[in-house]
Design a protein around this ligand. Structure first.
Ligand code: SF4
Length: 106
């Protein structure tokens, strides 16, 4: 049964969830840029340019792997920079890369 009350409750939850996602994205867009010399960035081999990734340290790296096609990238693929959930929402380069890269689900 789909009563008007159930629909109202469902819609309220859907709106609340959407607002939470939007709020976190807006907050993340004001986040600072991740620096390559940040200790966590260095530990994960982050580079602003994927072609500059350390081949010796990360032999499985491929230049086609970029933040913009990573599962943890929260920006739009067309943005030059976007927040990364691995680095607490700090801005990473769309063309960047780190060893946590995971292909974004299609
Ligand atoms: S986790 Fe993904 S989006 Fe974040 S810096 Fe690494 S490759 Fe880029």
């Amino acid at each position: 049964m789909d009563t008007p009350n159930r629909r109202r409750i469902f819609l309220r939850h859907a709106v609340a969830a959407g607002t939470a996602v939007l709020t976190s994205r807006v907050a993340a867009q004001g986040a600072p840029k991740l620096q390559e010399n940040d200790p966590q960035a260095m530990a994960l081999g982050y580079k602003e340019d994927t072609t500059k990734a350390d081949k010796a340290k990360f032999p499985k790296h491929d230049p086609s792997q970029k933040c913009s096609n990573c599962q943890f990238y929260l920006g739009k693929p067309t943005d030059a920079m976007g927040p990364c959930s691995v680095f607490g929402g700090k801005q990473v380069a769309a063309n960047g890369w780190c060893s946590t890269w995971v292909k974004k689900a299609a």
